[in-house]
Ligand binder design. Structure first.
Ligand SMILES: Cc1cc2nc3c(=O)[nH]c(=O)nc-3n(C[C@H](O)[C@H](O)[C@H](O)COP(=O)(O)OP(=O)(O)OC[C@H]3O[C@@H](n4cnc5c(N)ncnc54)[C@H](O)[C@@H]3O)c2cc1C
Length: 428
């Protein structure tokens, strides 16, 4: 029997500001359900809620606490589109291009609908911007803007030329940007906990401290935890779970890479008006990127990488602060109140994994750092497939993913090398 120890939410700005401290019990004994979902992040919780909304009985198993993983720690940027769009279009042709367009804001729609329907307080705000860290990035942003406008999206997009950037952000380090007012930002942990509460109210049986140690699909799917068992019609591995449950097809697929965030003390209204008057969430165009936004209580939440070794730094605050101050010297005296990190699940071709592993066993994971929108899209696509509507699922299931051989032995070194390569490329 595996020794199982569960963990509470890590210390972060999010954990310090949760508005629902509900504790769900651990699974004991055998329960039956139409669907058993493994993982209590956005992917799993959104799948459980969607299936419950459709009248199915659902069990959700979380090893630690709801929102313990990336969903409760992220930058909170709700970004249109999913990662790997170019690969989807290349591999699937016209059908891929249509898919990319059709789902671009689907996760936003789902999140906004649930925030309104279930009264989830998660500080949802609109306004997101990609900024050009190099002059060449601006040419790419301009081309992207033109293409999107030609597709009829001009009403919520805006291109900001270099000379106008100071009007939007109080820094002189960028070469322009692209604003998407349909995208935005939110408090991920409160969204995840709010969706879990809505699911529980609809009858989903949620179990925390219930790590899944084995599972099987096929004619009679089952899932096993240390002290319990679920017998279900369908099993969904719902989230960026690095256990493979003996499935070779999950091997070498996702590489965990560290990403870190610092939260300053609350800033004065005058500083906020100077550095980010439109309250936008911001990402730069680098592959190894900076991302930041203001929290509802006016803290700067500044995220990115600390190093290129893919090892957690000893002092996240000390590693991240210089980069933040380089961009916003106005924050040089601001105290850092919180610093934390998490794992981003990078997939080699960047396309989220939405697949069948066996009959009645689905997997959705690997959003390569763009999971807020994409998890909700993936959850709906898998829920549709379970209910017999397979059009979008079949397209994702056809995507060829690259699996890294020997990733167990050398995954960390390969990632470190890859990041170094992209960091050098970002510099020019
Ligand atoms: C620091 C950071 C910043 C990010 N910023 C952004 C951002 O700004 N915008 C954006 O779109 N995306 C961002 N992301 C990515 C995004 O957070 C993720 O893609 C998304 O949250 C993934 O959700 P998930 O449900 O698939 O996985 P997770 O949220 O990681 O959930 C997986 C859950 O499964 C549980 N689990 C693991 N093993 C087992 C088991 N054996 N049995 C039962 N349960 C198990 C874990 O405890 C965990 O709670 C960021 C990620 C990180 C780490």
């Amino acid at each position: 029997m595996l020794a199982v120890t569960s963990q509470d939410h890590i210390q972060s700005y999010y954990a310090a500001t949760v508005n629902d401290r509900t504790r769900y019990p651990a699974l004991e004994g055998t329960v039956k359900a139409d669907v058993c979902v493994v993982g209590g992040g956005f992917s799993g919780v959104a799948t459980a809620l969607t299936m419950a909304e459709r009248g199915r009985s659902v069990v959700l198993l979380e090893a630690n606490r709801i929102g313990w993983g990336a969903s409760g720690r992220n930058g909170g940027q709700m970004i249109g589109g999913i990662s790997g769009e170019a690969t989807i279009e290349r591999q699937l042709g016209k059908a891929g291009a249509k898919l990319v367009r059709d789902i671009r804001y689907r996760g936003h729609d789902i999140i906004e609908g649930r925030v309104a329907k279930y009264g989830i307080a998660c500080d949802l705000k609109h306004g997101w911007m990609e900024v050009a860290a190099r002059p060449r990035h601006m040419a790419a942003l301009r081309a992207h803007f033109d293409e999107r406008v030609s597709e009829g999206e001009g009403d919520h997009l805006e291109l900001v030329e270099s000379e106008d950037l100071r009007r939007v952000l109080g820094t002189s380090v960028y070469h322009g940007g692209f604003i998407d007012r349909r995208s935005g930002h939110l408090h991920g942990l409160n969204l995840c906990l709010g969706e879990a509460r809505a699911a529980a109210d609809l009858g989903v049986k949620i179990f925390e401290d219930s790590q899944v140690v084995a599972l099987e699909g096929g004619a009679k799917p089952w899932v096993k935890t240390e002290r319990g068992r679920v017998e279900a019609g369908t099993v969904v591995i719902g989230g960026e779970i690095f256990d493979r449950f003996g499935h070779e097809r999950l091997k070498g697929l996702m590489l965990p890479t560290g990403s870190y965030i610092i939260a300053t003390e609350p800033l004065s209204e005058a500083v906020v008006a100077e550095i980010n008057p439109q309250d936008l969430a911001v990402c730069d165009s680098n592959v190894v990127l900076d991302y930041y936004r203001l929290s509802a209580d006016r803290r700067m939440l500044f995220g990115g990488r600390c190093n290129y070794s893919n090892r957690d730094p000893e002092d996240i605050g000390a590693s991240m602060r210089p980069r933040m101050v380089e961009i916003f010297p106005q924050l040089r005296h601001s105290k850092i109140d919180f610093a934390w990190g998490g794992r981003i699940a990078i997939v080699m071709n960047r396309v989220p994994v939405i697949e069948h592993l066996e009959p009645n066993l689905y997997v959705l994971q690997g959003y390569s750092g763009h999971g807020v929108n994409a998890t909700h899209i993936a959850a709906e696509i898998v829920s549709d497939a379970i209910c017999g509507v397979t059009e979008k699922f079949d397209l994702f299931d056809r995507i060829q993913h690259t699996r890294l051989p020997l990733s167990d032995l050398f995954g960390n070194q390969m990632l470190a090398l890859g990041m170094l390569y992209y960091r050098l490329r970002d510099l020019f």
